[in-house]
Design a protein around this ligand. Structure first.
Ligand code: FMN
Ligand code: SF4
Length: 485
């Protein structure tokens, strides 16, 4: 067990611990309010648009759209809370599938079905909540995240129906893909149709007033998988130009056909080989058989436990030159390497105990993002993976933004348990310690079992949501990981 964050009395205590584990996360001594000159209160311009502060809300799905892909009340509650948070950049809200076959679960928002009316409800909900709580939404920028879940598609309750860019020597076995099945590999014609679906969804988003779309290229989903498709023949695989063609074409087509709509990209900046639970601990899949490891993006082919940012940085330059206004930098995948993607004290039910102090995972993302920012300074960048810092999230966010390591700090899980944290930090209000996310991972465990996602331990709404709340407790008890506040 690694030391709990709540145990550190001061930022200095935490800083000293971080030094001992070679994770020198910069931390301010205190949280500064806007009136005290917090760097997080400074506006920033994205694509010519003024954005009122440096807090962002990351996209987070709740597995709670209707079966036909429309927003529901619980889904809109989440968007409302995102709006109330005080963050001035809402990056995507949550992943919206552009095709039914690409839904990650049978209750994911679905572009065509959701249509302009559904999109308008999402936007209105977040803008109205923000305006009511914070006076104006004029400096609030809201993007919609568009996706196809690829290898992780599960469009019906019948289970996974993977659609892949290429056969992966380690992931096929892990996720039940027959390595000889060619029917699940998208053809180049399928890819062309997919591009049309993205453009159509982007057009609908623009029509109802979204100012930006995120062309999601992270977390092992389809567009991300194409970035590592060295083994794929044809136009959309092979060399760097081929592997990036899908993302580049998406950007070009959306720009051409949705004039005025800003484009962002959420990118897994680096990755590693998949990990799994062995006995009572986590370890990487045996990968020496796969060296040189040619199935990663941002991975050192000879030492695939290490990142190699050369290609991701080249891609960021390309995206900037194509007119992408901002990128949201994440890492890895929640299915294959949860400890890299969302550092946590307690693993989700399909994960493994943390193989390192989760602060190392936080630092890995901060440091990689800082290197990307230094290499491609002209692109507005959002950082991820900060929630594990808990009461020190604002201390770190202030320090990294002031240092210019990142432009904007995004929050994921923290906002499920404590949506007002950005507003409280900027107002100089003492943080509500009992609302701070302690990274129990219930919001990941629940959907792994087909349940709606939410903060079951800390959000009263989900504490009382039956039968889900009891089911989550039972799942944790069965896994021997019952933890709660
Ligand atoms: C319940 C849940 C749902 C998520 N859904 C999405 C999503 O739809 N799109 C996305 O890009 N990331 C998604 N993520 C990842 C988060 O945006 C974020 O990158 C991750 O939680 C790490 O940030 P944090 O440490 O602030 O939580 C999700 C995370 C969680 C916990
Ligand atoms: S369930 Fe709540 S406390 Fe646990 S990780 Fe998710 S948001 Fe944090």
């Amino acid at each position: 067990m690694y030391p709990r964050i709540a145990r550190f009395r001061t930022a200095d205590d935490l800083r000293a611990h971080c030094r001992t584990i070679s994770a020198p996360i910069p931390l301010d001594d205190t949280i500064l309010s806007a009136a005290e000159g917090s760097p997080l209160a400074a506006p920033i311009t994205i694509g010519g648009r003024r954005v009122g502060n440096r807090w962002c809300i990351h996209p987070m799905e709740g597995w709670d759209a209707s079966a036909d892909g429309q927003p529901t009340d619980t889904l809109l509650r989440r968007w409302q809370r995102f709006g109330e948070s005080g963050a001035k950049l809402i990056w995507g809200g949550e992943a919206v599938a552009v095709l039914a076959e690409g839904r990650a679960n049978p209750n994911q928002l679905l572009a065509g079905a959701c249509g302009r009316e559904g999109f308008a409800r999402l936007l209105e909900t977040v803008q109205t909540a923000h305006r009511e709580r914070h006076g104006t939404a004029d400096d609030l920028l809201v993007a919609l995240q568009l996706t196809h879940s690829g290898r992780f598609s599960k469009p019906t309750s019948a289970g996974r129906q993977p659609r892949i860019a290429y056969h992966h020597p380690l992931l096929d076995a892990r996720h039940g893909v027959d390595p000889h099945d060619q029917a699940c590999v998208l053809t180049d014609d399928d890819v062309e149709r997919l591009i049309d679906a993205y453009v159509s969804a982007a057009r609908d988003a623009a029509a109802v007033g979204f100012e930006m779309v995120d062309l999601k290229a992270c977390h092992g989903y389809l567009v991300h998988e194409f970035l590592s498709a060295r083994r794929r023949p044809g136009r959309f695989g092979g060399d760097f130009g081929g592997r990036t063609r899908l993302l580049r074409t998406l950007v070009e087509r959306v720009r051409a056909e949705c004039p005025g709509l800003m484009i962002g990209v959420r990118l897994s900046l680096f990755d590693t080989v998949p990990w799994h639970k062995v006995g009572d601990h986590g370890e990487p899949f045996p990968f020496p058989v796969a060296i040189p490891y040619d199935c990663g993006f941002g991975v050192d082919e000879q030492h695939p436990l290490r990142a190699d940012l050369a290609e991701p940085i080249a891609l960021l330059e390309l995206l900037r030159d194509l007119g992408v206004v901002s990128v949201n930098l994440s890492a890895g995948s929640p299915y294959t390497v949860p400890h890299i993607q969302r550092p946590a004290a307690f693993p989700p039910s399909d994960g493994y105990p943390p193989p390192e102090d989760p602060l190392v995972g936080v630092w890995r993302q901060i440091e990689a993002a800082a290197r990307a920012k230094a290499a491609v300074p002209g692109l507005v960048m959002v950082g991820s993976g900060y929630t594990y810092l808990q009461e020190y999230v604002a201390h770190a966010a202030q320090a990294v933004v002031r240092a210019g390591w990142i432009d904007i700090v995004g929050l994921g899980r923290m906002v499920l348990s404590y949506p007002e944290l950005p507003a409280d930090a900027l107002a100089g209000t003492t943080l509500a310690r009992t609302s701070i996310c302690r990274t129990f991972s219930d919001c990941t465990t629940a959907p792994r079992h087909g349940l709606r996602s939410g903060c079951y331990p800390l959000d009263d709404f989900y504490k009382q949501l039956e039968p889900e709340a009891s089911r989550v407790k039972a799942l944790k008890a069965a896994a021997g990981s019952h933890r709660g506040p």
